[in-house]
Design a protein around this ligand. Structure first.
Ligand SMILES: [Zn+2]
Length: 247
């Protein structure tokens, strides 16, 4: 029975962090399991940063003025790895936003894991090759932009559209309502100017292939472009973040 429990922890850590499950397996050899896990996780974490570039993935910045991870948790879980070209696009886009609106901080959410294409990154259907990245929306309070702040504590799931869903109910679907998180959301407003600016910058970037934003928001922000698409009714909602991917 104990091994079933360890199996569950291994699977969960693997799904969440890709390599954390290996650290857990290693820690089973030690009597003081949790300190051993922390130590081994640190080793795996460092090894990923050293080795991933050889296999074509680099880490997005965890800290920084114009571009950084929404929370250090994305870095800690090694969900901030992308191909070098995508990191360039993210840096250029963030710098552009910061130049157009000084003081703007662009926040990254899920990118990809350090190794292996086609390794699933739940709950996403497509973040499996380092060529996809989610950016947080920008937010304001009382008409004033709040740098580096999101409505949701994790950046995702603070949905802007409150009307009836354009998609019919389906199963299976990743189009979750996430109503349980709504009480945890901060009392902030969506900031359409910066969000629209970044969508336009990404649309004009020849390295970018597709951008996913919910159609109602695309219309509201007037950011129509051939690259700005609807992700489909079975994929996650995109009225809480911007998804973009390389060509
Ligand atoms: Zn995405």
């Amino acid at each position: 029975m104990r091994w079933v429990g360890h199996g569950v922890v291994f699977v969960l850590l693997t799904l969440l962090t890709q390599l954390g499950g290996l650290a857990w397996l290693g820690a089973l050899a030690f009597r003081r399991r949790f300190p051993a896990f922390a130590g081994l996780y640190a080793v795996v974490f460092l090894a990923a940063h050293l080795l991933a570039p050889t296999y074509g993935r680099v880490a997005l910045p965890c800290f920084g003025d114009a571009l950084r991870s929404q929370s250090p948790a994305y870095c800690l879980m090694m969900r901030n790895f992308v191909v070098p070209e995508l990191r360039h696009v993210a840096q250029d886009t963030a710098q552009n936003a910061n130049a157009a609106f000084p003081g703007t901080v662009t926040l990254t959410l899920d990118g990809g894991f350090p190794f292996w294409d086609e390794f699933p990154m739940l709950p996403h259907l497509s973040h499996d090759d380092g060529e996809k990245l989610d950016l947080a929306f920008y937010y304001q309070r009382d008409g004033e932009y709040l740098p580096g702040t999101t409505r949701s504590p994790i950046g995702f799931w603070a949905f802007e559209l409150t009307g009836p869903d354009a998609c019919p109910p389906a199963f299976p679907t990743m189009r979750w309502g996430m109503s349980w998180i709504q009480p945890l959301l901060r009392d902030l407003r969506f900031e359409p100017e910066r969000t629209a600016h970044v969508i336009r910058v990404l649309s004009a970037d020849p390295r970018v292939g597709k951008i996913f934003v919910e159609p109602e928001l695309v219309t509201a922000m007037s950011v129509q472009h051939e690259k700005v698409r609807f992700q489909g009714c079975r994929a996650a909602r995109h009225d809480d973040h911007i998804h973009f991917q390389l060509k």
